[in-house]
Design a protein around this ligand. Structure first.
Ligand code: UD1
Length: 375
């Protein structure tokens, strides 16, 4: 009987990573993949669009947990995942990234004694006020097998005494970007739809809890409007949380922003988003994944945070951290003056993130884990 492997996902950034591992699992003809979706992200644009466009299989269980305060959201997931795993009886569980779905999945699986593997292990921002940082630390210490995307991540896991459970896999996002880029080039019409010319606009995203706090959001919004005035057009696909926070904290911002050149859109599907990012002159974001995707696409990035878990992006000069209007402005000026060689940035990023072959290594690791569980 073939091994039953549950892939536990729930939030937008996990879906492209899932695609990489499922494709590799199919290529290796290893086991039966079973997708479980917690429903942390539930808007069609945040979930269904990803399953459709990335050709992901229908989940065998959709837990429909939705939003809520961290404790309630994670607790409800834990209960529902435990029941699902008891029902599915998998040989191994795979969790992705650093969301509350990742934490609940790792905790439910390991408490049931089901071997659990963590994709994107060993990342640290060393900022414990980020909920994602607490999830990363807890999940790494819970899981039986840790797939480190970079040498920095592997070394960190060694320092934390987790070296024996760690495997240097390379990064799944590198592979996800390489795979989706060609498909997006063939199928995305987003540049024409928005009437944009390559390199004549910048891209921005803003969604983290920290960014939408009342003391932080108005300053960031002002900085985005200034960035738009400086860079031409700035496309801003809005996360539902940010849209709600703007309506409450800065209801008149949209008019000022529009005058400055900000183009607000609904959340975009993965192919349109990647296509727009790849042709942008610059990216401004508070997201973990987007700063790295920009690097992989050779696009300079300003990360709207004080710290990052993807430190290589900063060390290479592709990414500058900035949190207030003056430093954001200075970061943009620095990138404009640098005249980055985009092909060189891309090559460096691919080299650092494992050359786009992480999926196959991860499937090898899962094979060993599920075999051990059965013996
Ligand atoms: C989560 C992850 C973060 C990841 C991000 C990607 C945690 C702690 N954080 O944060 O690591 O980078 O996803 O987007 O797990 N909402 C909707 N519709 C949706 C999803 C969310 O309206 O489909 C709204 C809800 O009002 C909710 C808020 O957005 O309260 C935040 O949603 P949440 O589930 O906490 O996730 P993210 O903030 O997106």
């Amino acid at each position: 009987m073939s091994a039953r492997v549950v892939h536990l996902v729930g939030a937008r950034p996990q879906f492209p990573k899932l695609g990489v591992v499922l494709r590799a699992q199919a290529a290796a003809s290893h086991g039966e993949p079973l997708v479980v979706h917690t429903g942390q992200h539930y808007d069609p644009a945040m979930s269904d669009a990803f399953f459709d466009e990335l050709d992901l299989p229908e989940p065998v269980a959709a837990l429909a947990i939705g939003s809520g305060p961290h404790g309630r959201q994670t607790g409800r997931m834990l209960e529902a995942i435990e029941a699902t795993l008891l029902d599915l009886r998998p040989d191994a569980v795979v969790v992705y990234g650093d969301t509350n779905s990742t934490l609940a999945g790792a905790l439910a699986a390991t408490k049931l004694g089901v071997p659990c593997a963590h994709v994107e292990a060993g990342l640290r921002s060393f900022d414990r006020s980020m909920p994602e940082e607490l999830n990363r630390v807890a999940v790494d210490h819970l899981c039986d097998l840790l797939f480190a995307p970079t040498e920095t991540a592997r070394d960190r896991l060694r320092v934390e005494g987790l070296g024996e459970r760690t495997m240097l896999s390379g990064d799944v996002s590198a592979e996800a970007v390489l795979h989706a880029e060609g498909i997006a080039a063939a199928h995305s019409h987003i540049l024409q739809t928005l009437g944009l010319a390559p390199r004549r606009y910048a891209m921005a995203t803003l969604h983290r809890a920290e960014s939408t706090r009342p003391e932080v959001l108005p300053g960031l919004l002002e900085a985005l409007a200034s960035a738009a005035a400086r860079l031409g057009t700035l496309v801003l696909p809005l996360h539902p949380r940010t849209r709600a926070a703007i309506a409450e904290l800065a209801p008149h911002w949209h008019e000022t922003a529009l005058r400055a050149g900000v183009r607000v859109t609904e959340p975009l599907g993965p192919l349109d988003f990647l296509h727009l990012t790849g042709h942008a002159s610059m990216v401004l974001t508070d997201s973990g994944g987007v700063q790295k995707e920009a690097f992989l696409l050779g696009v300079p990035c300003v990360t709207l945070r004080g710290r990052t878990e993807w430190i290589e992006t900063v060390e290479c000069g592709a990414n500058v951290l900035a949190t207030d209007a003056a430093s954001i402005d200075a970061a943009i000026a620095r990138h404009l003056a640098a005249h980055h060689d985009r092909d060189a940035l891309r090559a460096r990023a691919l080299d650092l993130y494992g050359g786009g072959r992480a999926g196959a290594r991860i499937v090898e690791g899962i094979r060993t884990l599920s075999k051990e569980a059965r013996s």
